[in-house]
Design a protein around this ligand. Structure first.
Ligand code: GCB
Length: 600
């Protein structure tokens, strides 16, 4: 019955969400694939001339046809064959000065040859394109997607040739009011094919998706499901975990779906012991391997329990920007490694991946090196709560985030929103998202970064009505930066109406690395240090606090931050500068976290 219910939901979601793309394939690392990385041709198209005709109707002969003059008299007013190239994956803003602030459409083209096995199927997979994408192969439309931070794929089995394929992608990063995020954010709107592009080759019937996690209610049981895709849906399959001597046999139903429960006593995953197991799902036609950790996350009153024991989340917030690149969207495994190792060095056991789903490299590496993860969707600030298309888009991004990362032990929290103003339509919107998240993944906790308000001069109250629907309260607060001076922290008391744990999901202050002065001179490292010192003292007095993710690991680009010399379009709240230099507050937080570790 449950299986049927789930199937109906998944079918509904995939029809609804993937109207113009195929249902998402997970664990692309575990499959046979070829990347299309390298230099791509491109055309900048601010008026979308390559898409609309002069009556603003979609044109049948857009740039995706890649037409070439056949005779010397032919008129073709575009060409991909310029010397200018853009590297994929990568944002365009950081690759060309003239594209630095560009928001609009760019057409990309890549030519390739590909020899596929006779009976296999081929999908074109994009890790992310910001923000809207249309994809064409050999002149034919194959899929489209909206949302800048989640993957999608389209089947191209019947279109791909052995030679002279041309893949054309229209990427459009214009911001608009109904979008998720909406027009105003505090991060840089990097455009383009920002994550990897793969040709994924799978057998005719393959394991498209699966969920393999420790059962919510038992430590000795691994529960989950698998979903096949293809003609031959009813198959025998095995779950194999060789290290645990598990080889259990099951059978999928006529929809290709099967649930399973496996009795097992795995060594539990934790930041101190990030144990991962090889897990194989082997069907009659396909075998997929993943590296999966097993752990339990739950709440009890104001405690967060990891594997049954209370845990304090020593965290830091991170934007997905490449270190040492003068502002660029991170796209490589190496970038993820550097960012997460900085967090490790800071004595963190937890990271908040703000304000959108990060590259899969981040959650994979977090699994490997032992960092707990808060993952969120860009439902940020002033979303249009009453607009159906906006809700559908948020729902799609949430679904894709959970679909991709639901087997990562590191991920413990799905966050629904950041600093969204309280209202009834917003409450309904977020409630529906939280319900969906729990349906898609009953094993993890739900949170959101909420606001708080003063009930008198010295008392801050967390009573956001959405607090009722989360497992863990998140709260952003900037006492000493936007709210008074640092000493104000001494007199502030925190209260909540909820019996739930709190993660202080943001606090911080801007400082230019190397700029010094006394502790009351804004933008100095000393001022930032002072803000941290006072906040850390205040936070220790909150009886229900169980974690924090100060804002933020590294300075990041933001068009909201124009102050010359100091900001120059950088948000300077990083503990590490854009060039990787550590500011004074970095060491204070590191020491603070070390003391927590020592006290354990
Ligand atoms: C916030 C936002 C974050 C901003 C930060 C700031 O509350 O959640 O996205 O970047 O403040 O620096 O003002």
């Amino acid at each position: 019955m449950l299986g049927l219910f789930r199937m109906l939901i998944v079918t509904f979601l995939s029809v609804f969400t993937c109207l113009y793309a195929s249902p998402l394939i997970i664990n692309v690392d575990g499959r046979s694939s070829t990347d299309l990385h390298g230099n791509w041709n491109f055309i900048i198209d601010p008026y979308e001339t390559g898409y609309y005709d002069y009556r603003y109707h979609p044109s049948e002969n857009g740039y995706f046809k890649n037409r070439k003059p056949q005779t010397k008299s032919d008129r073709v007013e575009y060409s991909f064959d310029s010397e200018d190239l853009l590297h994929v994956p990568g944002d365009w803003n950081s690759q060309s000065e003239k594209l630095f602030l560009y928001e609009g459409t760019i057409w990309f083209k890549k030519s390739f040859n590909y020899r596929k096995k006779p009976d296999s199927r081929i999908f074109i997979y994009f890790g992310a394109i910001n923000y809207q994408a249309k994809v064409y192969l050999n002149g034919e439309f194959v899929g489209e997607h909206e949302g800048g931070f989640t993957p999608f794929n389209s089947e191209i089995t019947n279109l791909i040739k052995e030679e002279d394929n041309f893949l054309i992608v229209k990427a459009d990063n214009r911001r608009y009011r109904e979008a998720v995020p909406t027009l105003n954010t505090d991060w840089f709107n990097y455009g383009g094919i920002t994550r990897r592009v793969l040709l994924v080759e799978v057998p005719e019937t393959f394991v498209r998706d699966y969920f393999v996690q420790l059962d919510k209610n038992s430590r000795n049981k691994i529960s989950g499901w698998a979903q096949l895709d293809g003609e031959n849906k009813e198959q025998k399959f095995h779950i194999l975990i060789p290290e645990l001597k598990i080889d259990n046999k099951y059978r999928t139903d006529r929809t290709g779906y099967a649930r399973f429960d496996v009795q097992a006593e795995p060594e539990l995953w934790s930041p101190e012991n990030p144990k991962l197991y090889n897990v194989f799902i082997e069907t009659e036609s396909d075998t997929i391997r993943d590296r999966i950790g097993f752990r339990k996350i739950e709440v009890n009153g104001t405690d967060i329990l990891l594997n049954g024991k209370p845990v304090f989340l020593r965290g830091i917030s991170i934007h997905e920007e490449a270190p040492f690149m003068d502002g660029a969207r991170a796209y490589a495994r190496e970038h993820a490694k550097i960012l997460l190792n900085w967090a490790k060095e800071l004595n963190c056991n937890f990271v908040r991946l703000a304000h959108y789903p990060h590259n899969e490299y981040m959650t994979r590496i977090a699994d490997e090196i032992g960092l707990l993860v808060w993952s969120e969707i860009p439902v940020y600030w002033t979303i249009l709560w009453e607009n159906e298309a906006t809700f559908n888009n948020a729902r799609l991004q949430l679904t894709e985030m959970i679909t991709r990362d639901k087997n990562r032990a590191s991920v413990i929290l799905w966050s629904m929103a950041n600093e969204t103003p309280v209202s009834e339509p917003r409450l309904q919107f977020l409630k529906k998202l939280a319900d969906l998240a729990r349906t898609l993944d009953p094993t993890r906790l739900i949170t959101a970064a909420m606001e708080r308000h003063y009930i008198n001069e010295h008392t801050l109250m967390i009573d956001d009505p959405f607090g009722e629907y989360v497992d863990v309260l998140g709260c952003n607060s900037y006492i000493g930066w936007y709210d008074g001076l640092p000493a104000k922290c001494d007199s502030v008391e925190w209260k909540t109406i909820y019996d739930k744990p709190l993660i202080m999901s943001e606090f911080g202050a801007g400082a230019l690395y190397g700029y010094h002065g006394d502790k009351l001179t804004r933008w100095t490292e000393e001022f930032q240090l002072y803000v941290y010192g006072k906040n850390l003292k205040m936070l220790q007095k909150i009886p229900f606090i169980r974690g924090m993710t100060p804002w933020i690991l590294k300075d990041f680009r933001s068009p909201r931050r124009p102050l010359p010399v100091i900001q120059d379009f950088w948000n300077r709240k990083g503990l590490v500068s854009d060039k990787g230099q550590k500011k004074q507050a970095y060491y204070l937080l590191k020491e603070f976290y070390d003391e927590i570790i020592q006290k354990k």
